[in-house]
Design a protein around this ligand. Structure first.
Ligand code: GAL
Length: 381
């Protein structure tokens, strides 16, 4: 309650300094009334609901902002970059006091965000960086390069690269090229494994060794399945062993798992790793058809985002020290994410590997619960 009180006082003070909306109010009293009555409005533009994690992000962000008196305009763009432009412009026209955006397309929001800047609306890039605009002040995400590194480390550990003279065959499955994160995921994994690839210990039999060659449009499970079926048909139909597939997230890992189950003729189980902790993939981890997912606690991401947004709306400058009371492992970074205009002040949370041995850690986050048979995980609410 103390923090809420502090927040309301800070926002009241701000209300007299800056317009509560892009529409000017006639007097401070009206601003206070508007502020106390309706609170502030935050526009939250997310990419899609068919990608499971964004439903968790949206629900938790909305809940957290409403809990501190904000109204929330939450919109999902169905992975349609043009619809997202309409979503964001409608929020600007509505006069929101802050925009929180996870971009469908990293490159196509520049013009729209210039409109936000002209309207005096601060913009926070959420989870995915937005390119070629100076309207973005802060970026809150996870260490996306680390996501890939963790995947590479997992493969190295489970296949015991350093304990045998064996060589191994692996394939990469990337994310959507429109998503700035996807390249970071691929680079993190590829860079970690590059010494093994260069020495011949690891073979990418398909020869697909660049992000562009392994990208998956819209992160689609169908596209990942079809692409993997083609890779298997072209390169593994002669009985060659496939030892591991590194998938940029769980929706693509789902497609890869289905392709391996239906079209891989080898006798071994290729290691399959993903990201996000999607419920269907967690079932596959319990059943053994997927091996690991890199988990990112999106509730923590939302908490850090809320704290930064509260400070922005209070005309304070967020810094990591102000986030300490959140008890979240977050690092402040000003040198990893250049959006084509400037290095964006970034707050990066820490991902970690989840497999059948530490599924309980997901329940401990409060996001998941065990099902009635104590066998599979479900979303807790
Ligand atoms: C990325 C996000 C990942 C993954 C993917 C598909 O930007 O960081 O967690 O879910 O989008 O939504």
């Amino acid at each position: 309650m103390k923090r809420l009180g502090t927040f309301l006082i800070a926002l009241t003070m701000t209300a007299s300094m800056v317009s509560c909306s892009s529409k000017s109010s006639s007097s401070t009293n009206e601003q206070d009334k508007e502020f106390y009555g309706r609170g502030r409005t935050v526009g939250i533009a997310l990419p899609a609901q068919n990608l499971e994690r964004w439903n968790r992000d949206g629900a938790f962000l909305k809940e957290q902002f409403e809990a501190v008196g904000c109204k929330v305009d939450l919109k999902y763009a169905d992975n349609d970059k043009d619809k997202q432009i309409e979503d964001v412009q409608s929020m600007i026209d509505e006069g929101v006091q802050l925009l929180l955006i996870a971009a469908v397309d990293k490159d196509n929001l520049s013009h729209t965000l210039n409109n936000a800047k002209e309207a005096g609306i601060p913009v926070v890039a959420y989870d995915r960086l937005i390119m070629n605009t100076d309207a973005v002040t802060y970026y809150v995400s996870f260490d996306n390069y680390m996501v890939g590194t963790i995947q590479g480390q997992y493969i190295e550990e489970k296949l015991k690269f350093n304990e045998t003279d064996n060589t191994y065959n692996i394939e990469f499955v990337g994310g959507d090229e429109l998503d700035n994160n996807a390249r970071f995921f691929f680079n993190g994994a590829y860079d970690y494994l590059s010494s093994y690839i260069n020495s011949g210990k690891l073979n990418i039999v398909s020869g697909k060794n660049t992000f562009e060659q392994v990208a998956t449009e819209e992160w689609s499970t169908d596209n990942a399945r079809n692409n993997m079926k083609q890779v298997l048909a072209d390169n593994y139909s002669d009985g060659k062993t496939l030892d591991a597939v590194i998938c940029a997230n769980d929706s693509t890992a789902l497609g890869v798992t289905e392709a391996v189950q239906s079209n891989y003729s080898g006798s071994n189980h290729p290691l399959i790793v993903g990201q996000d902790g999607d419920v269907e993939n967690l079932k596959n981890i319990v059943d053994g058809s997927q091996d690991m997912t890199v988990f990112k606690n999106v509730n923590d991401e939302a908490k850090v985002t809320l704290e930064i947004c509260k400070l922005i709306l209070s005309n304070e400058t967020p810094s990591v020290s102000l986030l300490e009371n959140l008890h979240v492992n977050v690092k402040y970074d000003t040198s990893s994410y250049n959006n084509g205009v400037k290095y964006i002040q970034s707050y990066l949370l820490a991902p970690y590997a989840v497999d059948k041995d530490n599924l309980q850690s997901l329940v401990d986050t409060g996001i998941y619960k065990w099902d009635s048979n104590n066998k599979y995980l479900e979303i807790a609410k």
